[in-house]
Structures are given as C-alpha cells and as structure tokens.
Design a protein around this ligand. Structure first.
Ligand SMILES: Nc1ncnc2c1ncn2[C@@H]1O[C@H](COP(=O)(O)OP(=O)(O)OP(=O)(O)O)[C@@H](O)[C@H]1O
Ligand SMILES: [Mg+2]
Length: 362
C-alpha cells in the first residue's frame, strides 16, 4: 500500500537535522541581581530557596536560575514565560548585555564569558543582532541609512553599505521606502526596518525580544509570517522571546518555558501540548487546538491481533489536522509507519477524540 500524500510541515533545523554542534550552548547559567549576588549560585541552601524567600533572606533577585540548553544551527529557539520569568535577562546574558553571575555560555565553540571587551564588541557587530520591541530607529536618518548604520560603524564604505542596505530593505519588503524617515512609517513597517537593520550585517544569530508585542494583531501576524519567510530564505539561527503561545508555536522549532527564572520544560510544540511537564505548562497550552499541534505519534494506539492491517500508511510526524480527512475517509485504520516499521494505528476514534478536544495531556 502506498503512503497517503499529505503536506507535512517541515521542521526547520531541529537538533536531529544538524551535525550535532550547537551554535549556542548554555550550562547552569545564573543571573542574580543584588548584593553579593555571586554567593547565591554557590550556596546549596540559597539555591533551594524560592525567589521570594531569597529576596527576604538576601535582598537578591534570582532572575535566571540554573538554566541549561543548546541551540542548533538554523534553529528557531523560542523562550516563553509570564512577565518577570527571566526571559529578557536570560537572552541578554547570552550576548553579555547583562553579565551572568555563574555558568557557561559557549558560542560556536568559544567561551563567551571569557571574551574581553574588544572581542565582545566584535561579536556584537559581526555575529549577533538584536531586535527589540522598541524599534530604536534613528529619527533623523532615512530608512536606508538606519539599515546601514551597523555597517557604517564597522567601517564599511558608503557605496558598499548602501548597496547591502538596499538588498535587505528589499528582502523585508520595504523597497520604495528607502528614503522615508521612520516617523513616516507605520509600526509594522518600522519593525521591518528593525529587522532589516538586524539582517544587514549578516549575523550568525538573531535575538528577538518580544519584537511584535506592540503591534496590533493583524500586523503582528504579518510580521510573524515575515520572520518565517526570512528564516526560510536566510536560514539564520534565531532566539525569539515571546509570551504569546501561538507565536511560539508558529515560529519555534523548540520552545523553552521559564517560570521564576527556572526552566520548566524545553521541547517541540507537540511535546509541550502532548506531555506538559506541570500545571504551569498545562495552563499555557490549555487553549491550543490540539489537532493543530499534536502528531499521529501522540494519538496512535498499539495494533492488536484482531486489527485489520490493510489500511493506508502515514508517518508519525503528520499533524492530526492534516491526517483527519485521510483517516476518516479510510475504510480501515491508518497504519503509522516509520522507516518501514509499524509504530501503531490510528482510527476514527483517536482522531475524533483530539478534534473534539477530549484527549487529556499525559
Ligand atoms: N537590573 C535589574 N535589577 C534587579 N532586578 C532585575 C533587573 N532586571 C530584571 N530584574 C528582575 O529579574 C526578573 C526577571 O526579569 P526579566 O525582565 O528578565 O523578565 P521577563 O521574563 O523578560 O519579563 P517581561 O515579559 O515582563 O519582559 C524580574 O523579577 C525583574 O524584576
Ligand atoms: Mg522581557
């Protein structure tokens, strides 16, 4: 039986696709604000306190607590959590805009915490770019000169930097506006200038700190699609902060969920929805249409001796919504097959329990 043809959304640059060398590797990272901050990560007793207890005992805020993760080349890595959970602090530590208190940050094999001021400046100019919620555009410079600003700082000549700036202005869909001033543009367009500016220097990693949260929902959706399109075109590694789950699911290959400075769970969207680590994550994902996120892997059941195994085949990573029509149309249960191996079967019942929202998380 030939597999059914369905459109399987391609995950981009997930860890399995890469050669295994992460772009960014973070180990046991801490950022503590306050007096004698460096004492906190060293003390088992202080480490075990809640944020509030720590504040009461020491006057310190542990904004990031013992966080470890890796970002693969080409991956879109999303950091999510409620306000105050430590997202901005974490991401700023990665480029040392905020000085970490303890832990290890390795970028392309280089220990970032050991970098001197000069090296850091170099990294920030050439390897990292940041896009913030507030666009930070220079009001008296035209779009093209805003975009070229970083290149100018690097010492690139006028003709070359203008050529490069025009290239990225075009890439973000702003051709025709290159001579406008920022205040002549809408919020969404200003954020496109921010994006173009971040891309101009051809960085290895783009960091986004809630870049679209000030935009109205329609423009916001446009900009999310824009990031996805750009990611397809330029394939950059991206670290993206948001507190909007739908944005996280739309953009992220993997999502790190933070709470009170700690990492609660790190995984793909279907892992968070299919197996939330605790009530905090469960609460985050409770309104997600499960059929849009879960794959057949999550809903299949083991084949029993009396099951009819003559049905059609689908892969385990097909999203339930994409498989619904095929499963309901088939006379027999659909076999979930990977590398020629039967993993399980999916029938109308499994599909309907998800589509009707009746399947509880693990
Ligand atoms: N410079 C600072 N001095 C002291 N405390 C700080 C400082 N910066 C951040 N914090 C504290 O660290 C914690 C984490 O803040 P952070 O800004 O990283 O959270 P966030 O997840 O980005 O929140 P939001 O969604 O509101 O942007 C908060 O309790 C905050 O008050
Ligand atoms: Mg923040």
């Amino acid at each position: 039986m030939t597999p059914i043809q369905t459109e399987v959304p391609q995950r981009r640059g997930t860890p399995q696709d890469s050669d295994g060398t992460p772009v960014i590797s973070v180990r046991k990272l801490w950022k503590v604000f306050g007096p004698k901050a460096e004492m906190v990560p060293q003390s088992g007793e202080l480490c075990s306190l809640t944020r509030r207890e720590l504040m009461e005992r020491t006057g310190c805020t542990a904004a990031v607590r013992d966080v470890s993760f890796e970002v693969s080349p080409g991956e879109v890595f999303v950091v999510m959590g409620l306000s105050g959970s430590g997202k901005s602090t974490l991401v700023r530590c990665l480029t040392r805009l905020i000085e970490p208190t303890a832990g290890e940050i390795v970028f392309e094999g280089e220990d970032i915490r050991g970098a001197d001021a000069r090296r850091l400046r170099d990294l920030r100019r050439k390897k990292f770019s940041m896009v913030f919620q507030h666009f930070g555009l220079l009001p008296h410079r035209r779009v093209v000169d805003n975009v070229a600003f970083g290149l100018e700082i690097r010492g690139m000549g006028r003709a070359e930097r203008t050529r490069r700036a025009m290239e990225v202005v075009e890439l973000v869909g702003l051709a025709g506006y290159e001579n406008s001033y920022p205040d002549q543009l809408s919020g969404g367009m200003q954020q496109r200038v921010g994006l173009a500016r971040a891309l101009a220097g051809d960085p290895d990693v783009l960091f986004f700190d809630e870049p679209f949260s000030a935009l109205d929902p329609l423009i916001r959706r446009d900009m999310q699609s824009e990031v996805i399109r750009l990611h397809h075109e330029v394939g950059k590694t991206m670290v993206f902060i948001t507190h909007d789950l739908s944005e996280a699911l739309k953009l992220g290959d993997r999502i790190l969920i933070m709470r009170d400075g700690m990492m609660v769970q790190c995984g793909t969207g279907d892992e968070l929805v299919g197996a939330p680590a605790d009530d905090y994550v469960r609460d985050f994902v409770k309104d997600v249409p499960r059929g849009d996120v879960l794959t057949l892997r999550w809903i299949m059941r083991p084949a029993q001796p009396d099951d009819d195994l003559d049905g059609p085949e689908l892969g385990p990573d097909v999203v339930v919504r994409e498989a619904t029509r095929a499963v309901l149309a088939a006379e027999k249960p659909v076999k979930v097959v990977e590398d020629g191996k039967l993993l399980g079967i999916v029938g109308d019942e499994e599909i309907l329990s998800v589509v009707a929202g009746q399947t509880g998380g693990a």
